[in-house]
Design a protein around this ligand. Structure first.
Ligand SMILES: Cc1cc2nc3c(=O)[nH]c(=O)nc-3n(C[C@H](O)[C@H](O)[C@H](O)COP(=O)(O)O)c2cc1C
Length: 192
């Protein structure tokens, strides 16, 4: 087997957020290997401000129960068919990684920790992409719901910064064009 990876540049440019997965399971070994590599993200004072709640395989069933309750507020009133329809977008990803970051009381450290964990998430997304696994960083409001946090075992002083859905997909989304970098750059000129 040829072990050929995308170049860093290709991975960065070609990665897309995948919002429609095809239901194919994500191998636990692959997901854990991705996390193993992703933790090499830069982080100040080596605080390594992250931990993960991972679901793929058999534990997904219980996660669906939790998601149903928080993502679909009127789930009890829905027919089985309707509920199944609304749950489809939660059941097609092959796995979930909830990225949990400590909320340092000091503002500088808290921002640094969020920045470092965001780099880690990008690492996960790029490493997954390199294996043909798509992902999407999701931030639904219920991530901060105390009962949802409790269901995931999140402690006080911690925050879920990302519900990262991972999985295989059939359709490649079109890239959303970015602003030209020319619009963003100011060549430094000392101000008066
Ligand atoms: C911090 C952050 C939060 C995001 N939250 C959501 C979200 O809640 N729902 C969603 O569909 N996409 C979310 N996204 C994904 C963006 O929509 C996506 O990155 C953007 O549309 C650009 O597409 P691309 O990643 O394919 O280049 C989030 C991305 C980031 C970085």
């Amino acid at each position: 087997m040829i072990d050929q990876s995308l170049t860093v540049r290709d991975a960065i440019i070609q990665r897309r957020s995948i919002k429609q997965f095809n239901g194919q399971p994500v191998e636990r070994d692959a997901l854990l290997a991705i996390l193993e590599d992703a933790i090499w993200a830069p982080n100040h004072q080596l605080r390594q401000p992250w931990r993960f709640v991972v679901a793929c395989g058999k534990e997904l069933v219980e996660l669906y129960d939790v998601l149903k309750e928080f993502a679909i507020p009127k789930w009890k009133e829905l027919s089985e068919d309707e509920l199944e329809k609304q749950m489809k977008k939660f059941k097609t990803p092959g796995g979930y990684v909830f990225v949990i970051v400590p909320e340092d009381a000091r503002q500088k450290e808290r921002l640094e920790d969020y920045a470092a964990a965001s780099m880690l998430v990008q690492n996960v997304q790029l490493l997954a992409w390199d294996r043909g696994i798509g992902s999407c960083w999701k931030t639904p409001g219920y991530l901060d719901n105390p009962k949802f946090r409790e269901a995931l075992g999140v402690k006080s002083g911690e925050r879920i910064i990302s519900m990262l859905q991972v999985g295989y997909f059939d359709e490649m989304p079109k890239p959303k064009p970015r602003k030209s970098v020319d619009e963003l750059i100011t060549i430094f000129e000392k101000q008066a």
